[in-house]
Design a protein around this ligand. Sequence first.
Ligand code: HEC
Length: 109
Amino acid sequence: MKRLLGLGVVALAVAFSGTAIAADGAALFKAKCSMCHGLEGQGSAMGAKMQGNEFIKKTKEDELSALLKSGRAGAAKKYKEIKMDMPKQVLNDDETKAVIAHIKGIASK
Ligand code: HEC
């Protein structure tokens, strides 16, 4: 019985840490991305639309992470109709992972 209880606690801890990561991604997105990409990732005059975005869906996590770190500007820009550049983001590894998981979720909607 004691052992079962211990397992339960571990399972709970795992469940909660999973929730915490997802919550962070959403909070980070709201704080650092939504002013350009829209609260729901719907896009704006200042940032690309993320909902249904094939690039975000298909691009691997490490490539997206590199894009967030370096930003995208000048000739590298894909959306000529948006005057704004994608600015470099200052995020640690955990934050980068969480925010990428969040935008992959938005893109697959
Ligand atoms: C100041 C506005 C701004 C902010 C803040 C911003 N972005 Fe962007 N982002 C852009 C613009 C503009 C583009 C399109 C650049 C281009 O023309 O290629 C872009 C492009 C992207 C792309 C590539 C989309 C595609 O279809 O190629 C990703 C992924 C992305 N942003 C993620 C993020 C994330 C995640 C954050 C927050 C951590 C963020 N951005 C914050 C403006 C912003």
